[in-house]
Design a protein around this ligand. Structure first.
Ligand SMILES: NC(=O)c1ccc[n+]([C@@H]2O[C@H](COP(=O)([O-])OP(=O)(O)OC[C@H]3O[C@@H](n4cnc5c(N)ncnc54)[C@H](OP(=O)(O)O)[C@@H]3O)[C@@H](O)[C@H]2O)c1
Length: 217
């Protein structure tokens, strides 16, 4: 497939890029600092998604079958970039006539209200005691407006939101659990490489369209 990968310099982004190329996809990588991209055969397009105009992204999207994004804040200065940047990506996709998009969000976001889902459940059925009562409220307060989910839920695209818990830098295994619409019981970690593996595996699976999917080891 012809793929456009946003934030291809990040932990998950690099994995998406490397695994997509290895699988034979035709890849365009988008990064604010293209000089930091892995030295592999992919077209590179520079874009700072904190301030990009959707028109700037058109060269990166031309002819793409699908879009993958692992955009997220690298530092405090990037706060809010996932929500803002994903909105710009969706606007640019609509202009380019591309429908399929898969993005990374985070496990605690399932119980945060959003425009397309104003009354989410108070607790995620997959969350155990610690996530439910201690970590979860703190993380949610800190991250509320920062995730990509806001932009996607309000769109009519064929989106999938993948929600990992804590990320590790372990190698790809292809062995992980997933759950539609909820987090995973006792699923506290997952490798960035396995998140990328899963994102690539569902590119052409209509059953995952308009779904949020928990993933964990
Ligand atoms: N850390 C965790 O345990 C955890 C758990 C659950 C979910 N998540 C979510 O998963 C996301 C991906 O994780 P990761 O480890 O791959 O993150 P990461 O290594 O920090 O990568 C973030 C990517 O976003 C890019 N980016 C940030 N601001 C940008 C901007 N203004 N314009 C263009 N690109 C920009 C970064 O570009 P540069 O390379 O130029 O900085 C980088 O490519 C996280 O950001 C977070 O939202 C994280």
């Amino acid at each position: 497939m012809k793929l456009t990968i946003f934030a291809a310099t990040g932990g998950i982004g690099r994995q998406l890029l490397e695994q997509a190329i290895a699988a034979g996809h035709d890849v365009t990588a988008v990064a604010r600092n293209p000089q930091n991209l892995s030295p592999i055969p992919a077209r590179a397009v520079a874009a700072d998604l904190a301030s990009a105009d959707p028109a700037v992204l058109q060269p990166a999207l031309a002819g793409a079958d699908a879009v993958l994004s692992a955009l997220g804040p690298r530092t405090k200065a990037d706060a809010g970039v996932a929500a803002r940047g994903t909105k710009v990506i969706t606007q640019a996709m609509r202009a380019a006539g591309i429908r399929r998009v898969i993005v990374v969000s985070a496990a605690p976001i399932g119980t945060v209200p959003s425009p397309g889902r104003p009354h989410p459940p108070r607790h995620d059925p997959g969350d155990g005691f610690i996530l439910r009562y201690l970590a979860d409220p703190i993380v949610k307060r800190a991250l509320r407006d920062h995730y990509a989910d806001l932009a996607l839920r309000a769109s009519d695209l064929d989106w999938t939101i993948v929600r990992p818990p804590r990320l590790t830098s372990k190698p790809v295994t292809g062995r992980y659990r997933t759950a539609f619409g909820q987090n995973l019981r006792r699923g506290l970690f997952v490798a960035r490489a396995d998140v990328a593996h899963y994102m690539l595996s569902i590119l052409d699976q209509p059953g995952t369209f308009r779904q949020t999917i928990g993933i964990a080891n």
